[in-house]
Design a protein around this ligand. Structure first.
Ligand code: 8ID
Ligand code: ZN
Length: 348
């Protein structure tokens, strides 16, 4: 059983963390192909901050309940749902649903479905006790993985796992990760090492240096004190074979174009507000560089990313805080002060 009403973190207009209000809202009713999930833990992703600030050229549902890294238990299933049952442990992701029938969905490229719905952006997300998920897209969480551990994988883990595959970097080759100490970054370092890549981690400060070193990043570059482009080129013998830009600073994109190894691929993952690609077309051409966007991951990517956890190859680093601290988390995130992830405990 579950209540008809619950507390949710809602914002009615864009702006700073002061716009986030804890309000009593009705518990939703799952449609035909949906499930109602009692969210136990949710990560806070930098995307949630972009949504709150209204940074991006895609409209946000308003008022909005944000959040898209949820982990919880199914408490009600829609009439047409066969895949999930009450009691199943599932993750609620940024990809809430896709149409299933367009050319992209047919190919398994559901992340570019024109009818995609996004949790905590175009539909309400996981900053509430009971969230609605599409049954096809909810990710089953293996019994061996605690819900609080699974939460950060639902966006950060899946996204970097897929981006690393897209980068085409092979075993023994160098991958460069600006933003390596953040939510996405610290998982990217671990997935990359599990895939036998060599890692240049770029971020700043002792906390983040220690964190990425604990995952055996081969090189740490401090963007505040080092000459990033020169150090990356020197340590990698001419540039990284691939770069995953996970930093929310547009500067990282300029630097990535400058330290790229000839023939390498840059994956755009982070989306700083208003950022444009300023790469010099001459160098892009004669160095035969590739630039490739990567948007979260498919259902299959999600299952594979979760499997790395179940096998003990990747371990999210996170701090658990009460649900009520969400506005403070946004402040810390804005200041770049979070090493790894913060996971909110909805029971507090
Ligand atoms: O599907 C996608 N493409 C996707 C999925 C999830 C998240 C994209 N994202 C986007 C988010 O919207 C955001 O723009 O990825 C970006 C990073 O999300 P995050 O990992 O949740 O953010 P964070 O935890 O705040 O980490 C950002 C890190 O960047 C560092 C910060 O110190 C922080 O550790 N950083 C900064 I700010 N400037 C840097 C610089 N110049 C830098 N690192 C290196 N060089
Ligand atoms: Zn996210």
């Amino acid at each position: 059983t579950f209540p008809d009403k619950q507390t949710a973190a809602v914002f009615h207009k864009h702006g700073g963390p002061e716009n986030v209000k804890f309000e009593e809202v009705p518990v939703g009713e799952p449609g035909e192909d949906q499930v109602l999930v009692n969210i136990k833990y949710t990560g806070v992703c930098h995307t949630d901050l972009h949504a709150l600030q209204g940074d991006w050229p895609l409209d946000v549902k308003l008022p909005l309940i944000g959040g898209h890294e949820g982990a919880g238990v199914v408490v009600k299933v829609g009439r047409g749902v066969n895949r999930l049952k009450i009691g199943d442990r599932v993750g609620v992701k940024w990809m809430n649903s896709s149409c299933g029938n367009c050319e992209y969905c047919m190919k398994g490229d559901e992340t570019i479905c024109p009818q995609i719905q996004l949790s905590g952006y175009t539909v309400d997300g996981t900053f509430q006790h009971y969230a609605i998920a599409n049954a096809t897209h909810a990710t089953l969480i293996p019994e061996s993985v605690p819900l609080e551990v699974a939460a950060p994988v639902m966006c950060a883990g899946i996204t970097v796992y897929r981006a690393l595959k897209e980068s085409g970097v092979g075993p023994g080759q160098w991958v460069c990760i600006p933003g390596a100490g953040g939510g996405l970054g610290h998982l990217a370092v671990q997935y990359a090492k599990a895939m036998a890549m060599r890692v240049v981690a770029i971020d700043s400060g002792e906390d983040k240096k220690e964190l990425v070193s604990s995952f055996n990043a081969d090189v740490f570059v401090d963007f505040k004190t080092d000459d990033v482009v020169e150090v990356v080129k020197e340590k990698t013998g001419g540039g990284a074979h691939g770069t995953l830009v996970l930093s929310t600073s547009p500067k990282s994109y300029e630097q990535a174009a400058s330290f790229a190894r000839p023939g390498s691929t840059m994956i755009t993952v982070a989306m700083p507000a208003g950022a444009k690609l300023g790469a010099d077309i001459f160098w892009l051409t004669v160095k035969q560089l590739k630039v490739c966007g990567s948007h979260v991951g498919s259902r299959l990517d999600s299952v594979e990313a979760m499997d790395y956890l179940a096998r003990g190859l990747v371990k999210p680093f996170y701090k658990v805080q009460p649900f009520s601290t969400l506005p403070e988390v946004y402040n810390l995130m804005h200041e770049g002060k979070i090493a790894g992830r913060i996971v909110l405990d909805l029971s507090k």
